[in-house]
Design a protein around this ligand. Structure first.
Ligand code: 5GP
Ligand code: MN
Ligand code: MN
Length: 328
């Protein structure tokens, strides 16, 4: 991987006057954190920066007022803005920026990401899968640019480190993660504020949805694989949206003896997102890649079109055979 492009990325950002910062579709905490931390950092240096994501911002992050800065695809008039740079964070391939992908050929594109499956689609790519969160990479960029941190920036930057490490529980929560978190906490970030915002902010309907998901739960591969799915009707019937099932895949993984968890959800009729998680040895990114997605060894995903029952069948079969291949 091209880790030494760090300084090259920093030099490009330093020179730029106008930057379009892009995150990925179906944004998560690390994505929002990285987009906003880079945006606020560059703005502090006096640059004109527009952050944008071609997807709805999850409402559980709405408590961070700065998300209002993030523009939708429709709000960006790129010719008029004429950015010197498009900086893309936490996205492993061009399709992950949604409709913005059509602009990438015409601009100087910097890619900052921690996915091992990154296709290195920028003009300069700083891709380092040893980082637990892209937000840690943004922290390093901001430091190198001598951005002054205030409490808000520290909190927003910490958000991605907390969410992508499962609040410091996953195997990616290494010493550097704790050191970065500690640095941001000493700059004023409150980790408990983020934990409450993300974890303890549930609507009652979400529990009914969880109950539906558990009713449909199935176990395969001698207890190593657990999976479940929710259809568009399930969401509608229970007055929920796909946003309400965030974290369900982690619930499935939490079952004793389960190594691989899969959660399928129909976010739009006929369009299914598949979330994969594993505990110790199974590389879920291999299965995700086979069906056109990507991610990390312990957390990966893909979006596919079709009938949900058929997709569940196919992907479960594929995973069962991959479990046989990978079993230590
Ligand atoms: P999630 O299951 O939370 O949607 O995603 C887990 C991980 O897989 C994240 O790191 C995310 O970036 C990655 N991922 C999810 N969906 C896709 C996808 O469709 N394509 C790629 N390349 N990566 C994905
Ligand atoms: Mn992400
Ligand atoms: Mn990430």
């Amino acid at each position: 991987m091209v880790a030494n492009n760090f300084l090259n990325i920093v030099a490009n950002l330093k020179q730029a006057n106008k930057v379009l910062v892009l995150g990925h579709i179906m944004p998560d905490g690390d994505d929002i954190s990285s987009v906003l931390s880079l945006t606020l950092g560059l703005k502090k240096l006096g640059k004109e920066v527009i952050p944008a994501i071609d997807w709805k911002i999850p409402s559980y992050l709405g408590e961070i007022d700065e998300v209002l800065l993030i523009k939708s695809f429709e709000e960006i008039d790129i010719k008029n803005f004429a950015p010197d740079i498009i900086a893309i964070v936490d996205a492993s391939s061009p399709d992950r920026v949604g409709r913005f992908s059509q602009y990438l050929n015409d601009y100087n594109v910097l890619v900052i990401d921690h996915h091992a499956t990154n296709t290195l689609f920028g003009n300069i790519n700083w891709v380092d899968p040893t980082f637990g969160a892209t937000a840690q990479m943004i922290l390093r960029i901001n430091r190198e640019l001598e951005v002054e941190y205030d409490e808000r920036l520290a909190l927003i930057n910490l958000l991605g480190i907390e969410t992508d490490t499962g609040f410091f529980r996953y195997s990616n929560a290494d010493e550097r993660v704790f050191k970065d978190a500690a640095a941001l906490i000493s700059l004023g970030a409150k980790p408990d504020v983020i934990a409450r915002m993300v974890l303890e902010n549930k609507r009652l309907e979400q529990f009914k949805l969880l109950s539906r998901m558990i009713e449909k739960l199935k176990i395969e591969s001698d207890g190593l694989l657990a999976y479940s799915y929710l259809s568009k009707e399930d969401y509608e019937e229970l007055n929920c949206t796909d946003e309400d099932s965030g974290g369900f895949v982690s619930e499935i993984r939490s079952i004793k003896g389960v190594e691989v968890a899969i959660f399928f959800y129909e976010y739009t009729e006929g369009e299914i997102h598949i979330s994969f998680r594993s505990k110790e040895w199974f590389d879920v990114s291999k299965v995700a890649l086979l069906i056109g997605g990507g991610g990390h060894p312990r957390a990966a995903g893909a979006s596919v079109k079709g009938k949900i029952e058929d997709i569940v069948d196919e992907v479960v079969k594929l995973t069962i055979s991959e479990i046989k291949n990978q079993k230590p």
